[in-house]
Write a protein that binds this ligand. Sequence first.
Ligand SMILES: [Zn+2]
Length: 343
Amino acid sequence: MALFNRWENDLKSVISLNSVQKQALSEFNIDLNKPENFIEESNCPLCNSHSSTCIANKDRYGIELFTVICKSCGLLYSKKHLNEWATSAFYTKYYRSIYTSSLSAEDSFFQAQINHGEQIYRWLESHDIKLTAPLNVLEIGCGAGGILVPFKLAGHNTIGIDYGDTYLQYGRNQGLTLIHGGIENLLNLPKFDIVILSHVIEHFNNLSHELDLIKSICNHKGIIYIEVPGIRSIRQNYSGNFLLYLQNAHNYHFTKKTLCHLLSLHSLNPVHVTESIQALVINEPCKKAYTSDFIAIYSHLIRLEIFFKFGLTNGLFFTLKNAIPNGKFRTFMRYLYRRVCAL
Ligand SMILES: [Zn+2]
């Protein structure tokens, strides 16, 4: 059972869909969304615990999606996800149509990628990363590859890899070297100095395996740049609506702490991580040990839905907290929680 009634599966989308998205969703449901195409995670992909509890049963498109939280470490993840074959088919045929509502890459999309690449370039420089050309730069899940453009223009050797042929072809037409497929296709290439994972690791099917592959294709002390939508930034980036944040393509959801915990277990060193999440990671062992984030994340999700349903802001919350005596404030919050549960 989901944490709140609103998070139960009613097959309804929480966003308005255009005709391209509706068509793609309809074809996806007939073609791939079948029990035999899914595999079930029996244990937590981060800490291997088998103890989890249900959080939500749908995503923003009204697709059935079983999101659970590990009671041991606090990782939020999809209990069932598409198998390897169906994942490849999903990203080749449906992903861009459903998620970007466009069948092909367009100039505006490519330009937005270039702008994003410039932001990443500046962010790395602002964190004292020396980008002296030529470095070997890889972007995994590159789409049309626009993020690589600022790196290529600065004299670096750039390669992108993705499953979406139409978007790859657009980037190739702009002079980029882009490869179709997964990380396995890169094992025979020279190692990379910088690996960019912009909104990618939450899509992986086998988190441990993919991280080990990334580590193996990256130079020792090489840079891994990671961006994922953080659980603690849902209020800013998804209007506080947890269902808007959930997407069937995302198999894992992170806080700064759970991402650092995961990376440390793979001998990767997260040296600078924000809650939004942007992470600067070095390919070297991590000396810090991380503990569970379960209670903090579980409480955060409850508070998130209370804020969303009652239109609370941080400012209003703290004004009330300061104005109402402690005992009465806890009673007030419990009352709001019961109201939200009843909705
Ligand atoms: Zn766990």
